[in-house]
Design a protein around this ligand. Structure first.
Ligand SMILES: Cc1cc2nc3c(=O)[nH]c(=O)nc-3n(C[C@H](O)[C@H](O)[C@H](O)COP(=O)(O)OP(=O)(O)OC[C@H]3O[C@@H](n4cnc5c(N)ncnc54)[C@H](O)[C@@H]3O)c2cc1C
Length: 439
């Protein structure tokens, strides 16, 4: 090669592996965007197989939170610190951690751009950015959460610790619990805290001075018939009024008013309630990074567009996704991530080996519907809303044992098994429990 050609090749390589800011483009076999439940579980599997230096995780947060514990934090059963671990301790030691946000995806050039301007290139990409909480989409909510001790939200780290003091302070009146008109993670959480509050106030002697309202945007109390029937019984037993097709649009904490849009009203009618206690399940959406992406990686709502059975991207075969940020049409939970991470990793390995992925995620998801300090209904179901129960008894009934499972066993399973990539959901156990006869 002539020295001129050699120089040209050198310049070409420098251009290829540098970006505008002059920083080197780092390359990895696998890049994982997000180090939450999904990102961590896949990183653990991948690092075990690929070894050091091959996997990068891009995750800005200092702490990883076990969010399912926040319902218990709100009810005073656990402390928020028990739900937290430093991110550096839960991510595998063999991965390279980039403590930045992904600010853009460029799937045509197999690169992502980080919030510090650095570009990272990959052979394969896993996207697990979670769902975005949009408190600002309800007028006055941000201010109310700051100023009014009786306005709470278990969905956010910074507000979850307000709920228990508010339960203690409450002296009776109208208590409202909301469910938003958007996709949501853990669709059971908006009502779990309500049942716990009901029991707490009964013990505190204020329940007979209290009206509890569950104002939901949905037309049903829960999306799966079997468990909806059980929950309607619970609500009736506890004297809770369920108001359907109502979406919270504004909170005025000075006047203690909560305004709901009546979703069935053609003229856009609204209804305003005076509240003495308000627990808000806020509007949520796909993360802005995905929603605003100029590449065709999302569905119309901005969620990552993946095949619901293999979790491979529908247009880019070297991209995969799991968890709350995807288009997978199942209830968004950590339990769903358990079912998904094993299948995603299988698909990834198959594609790396030049094969087509053959995974068949069935939509498995679960919601431990806590109905009191000592009772829980363990909902488990698939894409079609058909129960997929692990235990050989009717899980539609309230049980003390299921509360024990939720409170004491599941956190251990999360930290020790799910995040370390050793838990792919209860399918094998379900088969054993049902003597091989269940689905
Ligand atoms: C109050 C509450 C109760 C719940 N109860 C249950 C329950 O009982 N059972 C259950 O199974 N599930 C429950 N969940 C839901 C469960 O926590 C989530 O479904 C699960 O954590 C989703 O995992 P994920 O990896 O998709 O998202 P997450 O675990 O939320 O992780 C997303 C990660 O991406 C990072 N990230 C975001 N944007 C970027 C970016 N641009 N660049 C890089 N990183 C980024 C975030 O920092 C975060 O670490 C509950 C959730 C809440 C809030």
């Amino acid at each position: 090669m002539s020295s001129r050609a050699g120089r040209a090749l050198f310049v070409q390589l420098v251009r290829k592996y540098s970006n505008a800011s002059g920083k080197d483009v780092k390359h990895y076999k696998l890049v994982i965007a997000g180090g939450g439940t999904g990102g961590c579980s896949v990183a653990a599997r991948a690092c075990r197989a690929l070894g050091a230096g091959k996997v990068a995780v891009i995750e800005p947060a200092e702490y990883h939170y076990y969010q399912p514990m926040w319902t218990l934090v709100g009810a005073g059963i656990k402390k928020v610190d028990q739900s937290a671990m430093p991110m550096s301790e839960v991510l595998p030691k063999q991965c390279d951690r980039h403590k930045e946000h992904v600010s853009a995806f460029d799937p045509d050039n197999n690169t992502v751009t980080l919030s510090n301007g650095q570009k990272i290139s990959y052979d394969y990409l896993v996207i697990a950015l979670g769902i975005q909480i949009n408190l600002h989409k309800v007028d006055g909510l941000v201010e109310a959460l700051k100023a009014d001790p009786m306005v709470c939200c278990n969905y956010v780290r910074d507000t979850v610790e307000k709920t228990y003091p508010a339960l203690q302070k409450f002296q009776g009146g109208t208590a409202i619990f909301t469910f938003p008109n958007t996709p949501i993670k853990c669709a059971g959480a908006p009502q779990k805290i309500m049942y716990l509050a009901d029991e707490f106030w009964r013990k505190n002697g204020v329940r007979d001075k209290t009206e509890i309202l569950y104002n939901t945007s949905l037309g049903v109390i829960f999306g799966v018939k079997k468990y909806a029937a059980s929950l309607l019984e619970v609500a009736k037993k506890k004297d809770i009024k369920v108001n359907y097709k109502r979406n919270l649009v504004a909170v005025d904490h000075n006047k203690k008013l909560a305004t709901f849009k009546l979703l069935e009203s053609e003229s856009g009618e609204e209804e305003t309630y005076k509240y003495d206690f308000l627990h808000v399940a806020p509007p949520m959406s796909a993360p802005d990074t995905l929603k605003n992406s100029t590449s065709p990686i999302t569905d119309a709502a901005g969620f990552l567009d993946v095949n619901k059975e293999t979790l491979q991207h529908n247009k880019y075969p070297n991209i995969f996704g799991l968890g709350d940020c995807t288009s997978v049409p199942t209830s968004k939970t950590a339990a769903a991530v358990a079912g998904q991470n094993k299948i995603l990793y299988r698909s990834l390995k198959q594609v790396m080996a030049g094969q087509s992925p053959d995974g068949q995620y069935d939509g498995y998801t679960s919601c431990p519907l806590i109905t009191g300090y000592h009772s829980c209904i363990l909902a488990e179901f698939d894409f079609d809303g058909q129960p997929l129960e692990t235990f050989p008894f009717n899980q539609g009934k309230e049980r003390r044992s299921m509360l024990h499972l939720k409170r004491d066993v599941m956190p251990e399973m999360y930290w020790r098994m799910l995040l370390t990539g050793r838990w792919g959901g209860p399918k094998p156990y379900r088969k054993i429990m049902h003597l091989g006869m269940s689905r």
